[in-house]
Design a protein around this ligand. Sequence first.
Ligand code: MSP
Length: 714
Amino acid sequence: MKETFYVTTPIYYVNDIPHIGHAYTTIAADVLARYHRARGREVYFLTGTDEHGQKVERAAQERGISPKDHCDELVTRFQQLWEKLDIKLSYFIRTTDPEHELVVQKAMQMLHDQDLIKKKTYQGWYSTSSERFWMEKDLKDGKDPETGLPVEWISETNYFFLMSRYQQKLKDHLHENPHFIRPKSRYNEILGFLDRELDDLCISRPKSRLAWGIELPFDHEYVTYVWFDALLNYLSAIGYLKEDQSLFTYWPANFHLIGKDILTTHSVYWITMLFALNVPPPQCIFAHGWWTIEGRKMSKSLKNVVDPHLLIDSYGADAVRYFLLREVPFGNDGDFSHAAFIGRVNADLANDLGNALNRSVALTGRNFDGLVPTPRTEEDDQDRLLKNHAAGLLTQIGLNLGETIYTPESPGKESLNFSVALENIWSFIRFINKYIDTQAPWQLAKEGNKDRLATVLYNCLEALRVAAVYLAPFMPNKALQIIRILGLSPTFADQQQIIASELQFDTIKSWGHLPPGSKLISDEILFPRVEPEMVQNILSQILAIAENEEMAVNIFREIFPRYKITKAQTWVRKILGTDSFLTTPTPTPEKSRSKPDKKAGPPAPDSEVDYNTFARLDLRVAEVLEAERVKNSEKLIRLKVDIGSETRQIVAGIGKSFAPTDLISKKIVIVANLKPVKLMGLKSKGMLLAAGDEDDDVQLCLVSKNTKTGLRIK
Ligand code: MSP
């Protein structure tokens, strides 16, 4: 019987707009799945969406459609993204699948029959934003510590899973399986968590408060939702409690890949649920770190969520897959920056890998009419080093892709380290480049040493084929392209077939799989260098945060260090428009330079101003995120606004005409570069535009809801 490998990702909240955080876990799982498939194992790779709960119910209500229709529409955002990222799934589960719902009900009934579910009255601070109760001590300024949003005091009778009964068993399991939770720091975190007494787990909601869940089989007034429902997806997807048990052979899962924020739910809620159901636990839960964007927390309100579609459209899916896994050790937090992204594409992909391939193919074209030559000389030390390096990679990469955890009889060790696996492959690719440099095939050609030249070029091409096999789980398309360039498959007639055969690890068991005589394809560039003209769209967003031209030029040169200042300046002007920053200061008109007389109000407008004077004002569309009255002031309201590139505080004298709640989510127009002032001790950075007098009926200058936040008004 073939060995099996089962890997899962969390099922994502269907309401969320997919971002690189979601893509990260899914790509990592896809790499594992592809690697184990290429090693000849039966692989099951599961992802999906979490579709019940209050947020979904509310969002559907707001749209005036049924929650199911709402989910059916939104789920495609995830499905389309996975397709675009070349994610090769076994199954996409939705918690609204009737088959899943049935399993949840059956599991619930089983626990209820064993008296493991009890009805109790519970009081606590409930947060709709994270759909959970918080203890008083955990609140931050009286609000949800995770989302910062309000909580409400609720007293409710609900059903509880008696999780606390399994506390000791869970502790024992952890002690007996030191690799059960990875990385080690997360394992320790859960051990620490288990030092405190476990509560029982609330798993129901009364239908009166939430209808969008799975009805409890033993009480029709209640539904179960979110965690109890969601976690069971890992079993329901492979036929748990079904008559046909053929898929259930995949259990226990080899890896549950998750983000660090959902470690407790997986390590404690899920594992105790499994104990109660008498199902063995998975082999390993791996919690990865979180991505920040250009140094800041990813947040919908900050609008700094990196759109994976934009990245894929600009750089290609394989570059995105590569960057996310190469940049940060799995398990650590990481920062996404476009400069780092472009830097990696240019240095690692275009330079190291692209060059090794281009040089080998071009030299073969010149010297052997583009046909893979037959090696004609005895192997020397350098050839041997190259071959040994290739062979040694197999164990190294396996160790970093869960190989030891995979083998049941092996005790296992630190399990997943994608960035190190890629570093291993790159050290080989750099070695190929070094081999080309030291063997100097151009010199051999000049000397007429055709025999040695044939051996050297054969070795280069074969080494690149081996590299493609190792790379395939990470960059499936580029690996395939390398295979094609090397003449192994002249058409894309049957991609699946090629993946199954040419990219299997069997092909690298011994050196020499590449058949001499194959016709190379010489007119394809594997990875073009990223140049500014290819990413103008992205650059216009990045450069928009610059306050002046010098800053914009510096940002540009951080991304493209090879550009001299003058050339960078030309690009900045081309991308942002020549009027964005004034390069020579324009004299300020006499009147506006004189100190304003507060009592007399602002000075009258000039009868005419030239465009440059107008253009010095940075008028922008801003979204109001927060609003509250300033203490002891009738007029002043403190606003927190998103101006696209940042959030900032503005204090506005509109308190007589507006209540703070009127302002939230409004799209207003602000003067972003007005000198900051302090009003009643509060810093105000910018001014909102409004018509009318402060003491009278003020009308805000509003733009339509769809207008992009941060847009400049010119
Ligand atoms: N629906 C639950 C999971 C149920 S699994 C039985 C959920 N969904 S989620 O959509 O909010 O999050 C899914 C995953 O995205 C989590 O693993 C989370 O860690 C990950 N990420 C969300 N933001 C992230 C980053 N900024 N960076 C990396 N991963 C991030 O939780």
